[in-house]
Design a protein around this ligand. Structure first.
Ligand code: HEM
Length: 526
C-alpha cells in the first residue's frame, strides 16, 4: 500500500512537472543554452552537493571549473551560476530582484535584503540616509569607543606570549557597533540579550544555508516542524523579540518625547531615522523590525569575518605590517585626531586602504549573492537569460579570477596598487556586489546616472565605495591596533582547505593572533 502511494505520488509529480514544462516551453528552451550536469527527477543536481551543505560553495567551485556558466537544479528549481565579470555586471545592472525563495522565512520576511524590486526601492530609499556623511560622522564616536574596548581586551593578553583566537572579541565589538548604529542600544547595557541575539543571527544564517541545499527542508510546514523539534525555534523568537522590544521603546519615546525627534535633534541611529520616516512609507512595525534586522544581519557577520581575516593576514605578512605601521606613524605624526575627513582623504592611508580592499577580495565575506530575473537579460554573447530565473553569483570566484588578479589565491595588497588597478578593466572590483542592489554602504549608480556622467553601463562603480561604514570602522580599528601592538601568529597561511564557504566565508581554524606591545600608549582619539 505504502509503495503504491509513493509510486502514485512520484507519477503525479512527474506529470505535473511535464505539464508545467509544456506551459513554460520558452523558459525551458532558453535554459537549454546553458551547460548542465545530468539531473535526477525531483532532486535535480542536489546529489552532487551531498555531504557538503556546510561548504556548498567550494563544492560548486569544483563543479564550475570547466564552465563560466552552469545551470544547476536545486530540486525542481533551476539556478543559473555565473562567475565571469561581464555576465555578473550584465545581470546585476539589469535585474534588481534578489531571490530568496522564501528559504529565510520564517526567520524574516519583507526587508531590504529579501524584497522584490518595488518594495526594495522603498527600503533602500528609506535606509540610504542612514549611511550619509552626517550619520557616519555620528557613528565615528561609536567606532572609537568600541575600538577602545577591543584594545582593552587585547591588552589583557599582550606580552604574555599567548596566542588567542580574536574572533569572539571582534564579534562582541562588531555587534556592539552595529547595534548602536542601527538600534541605538549599546551591548554593554544589554550584554546577555546581545549575546543571545548574536547567537540567533548565527543560527539563522547557518540554518538558511542548510535549508537551500536540503530538499526535504524546502516545504514551509516541514521546516517549521523541524525548527520546533530541534529547539531552534528559540533562536527564531530571540531574533524577533530583541529588535521588537527596542522598536517599541523607540516608538514610545517618539510619541512621549516628541521634542527629541525634532529637527534640532537629528537622528543618531537607523531606528531613530526609521521611526521618524515610517509614516511617509506607511511602514508597519513588522516591516520596520525586518528592515532593522536585515541590516544588522547584513552587517554583523560579514564585517566580523572580514576583520578577523585582516588581522590574521597582517600577523602572517610581517613585511606588510611593518609598511603599514610606518604609514600609520606618519599619518599620526602631526595630528592624531581621527576625523571623517582625514580618514576618507584619498591621499591618506593609501596602503591601509589597499590592505582592506585586498582582504575583502581574497576572503570575500559575502561570498555569494543572488538575483532573480524580473525581465529577460541579454548576455554579451547574445544568449538570453529568461525571465523568472534565479541567478547565483559566487562573488568569491570572481574576486579570485586569475584573469583579473595575478596569483589570485595569495593575499597581497599589491593587487590594489595604482599600477595593478590600472591594468585591470575599469570597474572590475566587485567587493561589495554590483549594480543598484550592491551593499547598502556603497554608492548607488542607476543606469540613468551612469548615462548622465557618461560612464559605460557595463562598468560597475562599486570600487569607489571605500569610504563607508565598513571601511571607516576598519581604519579606526587597524590604526589603533597596529599603532599599539605588533601582531604575530603561529600559522603560515589561510588556505582554501582552512575555510568553509556557505553564503559567508568562515575560517575553520579561527583567527589566531599574538599581541606584543610596541610601547605603552593610549588609544588614539578615543
Ligand atoms: C566588509 C564588510 C562588508 C562586505 C564585504 C559586504 C558585502 C556585501 C555584498 C557583496 C552584498 C551583496 C551585494 C549584491 O548583491 O550585489 C551586500 C549587501 C548588503 N549589505 Fe553589505 N557588506 C559589508 C558590510 C556591511 C555593513 C557593515 C552593513 C550594514 C551596516 C551591510 C549591509 C548590507 C545590506 C543591507 C545589503 C543588502 C543591500 C540591498 O539589497 O539593497 N553590509 N554586502
Amino acid at each position: 500500500m505504502i509503495v503504491a502511494v509513493i509510486i502514485a505520488s512520484l507519477v503525479i509529480i512527474f506529470l505535473a512537472q511535464y505539464a508545467y514544462k509544456l506551459k513554460h516551453q520558452k523558459f525551458y528552451q532558453l535554459l537549454d543554452q546553458f551547460p548542465c550536469y545530468p539531473t535526477y527527477p525531483i532532486i535535480g543536481n542536489l546529489h552532487m552537493l551531498y555531504g557538503a551543505t556546510e561548504n556548498a560553495v567550494m563544492r560548486i567551485k569544483n563543479l564550475m571549473k570547466p564552465y563560466d556558466r552552469l545551470l544547476f537544479w536545486i530540486g525542481l528549481t533551476p539556478v543559473l551560476l555565473v562567475k565571469k565579470h561581464q555576465d555578473i555586471v550584465a545581470i546585476c545592472n539589469r535585474c534588481s530582484d534578489r531571490e530568496s525563495h522564501g528559504f529565510i522565512e520564517p526567520w524574516t520576511t519583507k526587508g531590504i535584503l529579501t524584497s522584490r524590486y518595488e518594495d526594495w526601492k522603498i527600503s533602500r530609499k528609506m535606509l540610504h540616509p542612514a549611511f550619509s556623511q552626517e550619520m557616519l560622522t555620528t557613528y565615528i564616536d561609536v567606532f572609537k569607543k568600541a575600538t577602545s574596548n577591543l584594545i582593552g581586551e587585547f591588552r589583557k593578553v599582550a606580552d604574555t606570549g599567548e596566542i588567542i583566537d580574536v574572533f569572539d572579541a571582534i564579534k562582541i565589538s562588531n555587534t556592539d557597533v552595529i547595534l548602536q548604529s542601527v538600534l541605538g542600544v549599546s551591548a554593554e547595557g544589554e550584554a546577555k540579550k546581545t549575546l543571545r541575539f548574536s547567537q540567533a543571527i548565527f543560527e539563522f544564517l547557518k540554518d538558511s544555508n542548510k535549508r537551500v541545499f536540503t530538499l526535504w527542508l524546502h516545504p514551509s510546514f516541514i521546516y517549521k516542524i523541524y525548527l520546533k523539534i530541534t529547539g531552534k525555534i528559540k533562536f527564531l523568537k530571540t531574533l524577533h523579540t530583541f529588535p521588537e522590544e527596542i522598536l517599541k521603546r523607540t516608538m514610545n519615546d517618539f510619541h512621549e518625547k516628541k521634542d527629541q525627534f525634532d529637527e534640532a535633534h537629528p537622528p543618531k541611529s537607523m531606528i531613530n531615522l526609521l521611526v521618524r520616516k515610517r509614516l511617509e512609507h506607511n511602514f508597519t512595525e513588522i516591516r520596520m523590525r525586518n528592515e532593522l534586522l536585515q541590516v544588522i544581519v547584513g552587517g554583523t557577520e560579514a564585517i566580523t569575518f572580514f576583520s578577523g581575516f585582516l588581522m590574521v593576514m597582517l600577523a602572517i605578512h610581517q613585511d606588510v605590517q611593518q609598511k603599514l605601521f610606518e604609514e600609520i606613524v606618519q599619518f599620526l605624526a602631526n595630528d592624531d585626531t581621527l576625523t571623517i575627513d582625514r580618514l576618507t582623504d584619498p591621499n591618506e592611508l593609501k596602503y591601509l586602504e589597499q590592505c582592506i580592499k585586498e582582504t575583502a577580495r581574497a576572503f570575500s565575506p559575502v561570498s555569494v549573492t543572488f538575483r532573480y530575473t524580473n525581465k529577460e537579460c541579454v548576455l554579451d554573447d547574445g544568449k538570453v537569460v529568461p525571465t523568472g530565473l534565479t541567478i547565483m553569483i559566487p562573488l568569491l570566484f570572481h574576486n579570485r579570477d586569475a584573469e583579473l588578479f595575478a596569483n589570485p589565491l595569495k593575499w597581497d595588497p599589491q593587487h590594489y596598487s595604482e599600477e595593478s588597478i590600472a591594468k585591470r578593466p575599469k570597474g572590475s572590483d566587485l567587493l561589495f556586489g554590483c549594480g543598484p542592489r550592491n551593499c547598502i554602504g556603497t554608492h548607488t549608480h542607476t543606469r540613468a546616472r551612469l548615462r548622465r556622467v557618461k560612464i559605460p553601463i557595463t562598468l560597475t562603480t562599486t570600487n569607489i565605495s571605500g569610504y563607508k561604514y565598513a571601511f571607516l570602522l576598519s581604519k579606526i580599528r587597524i590604526i589603533n591596533i597596529i599603532k599599539e601592538f605588533h601582531l604575530s601568529t603561529n600559522i603560515k597561511e589561510i588556505t582554501e582547505d582552512d575555510v568553509t564557504v556557505d553564503l559567508l566565508l568562515r575560517s575553520k581554524i579561527g583567527f589566531p593572533v599574538k599581541f606584543s606591545s610596541r610601547r605603552k600608549t593610549g588609544v588614539i582619539d578615543s
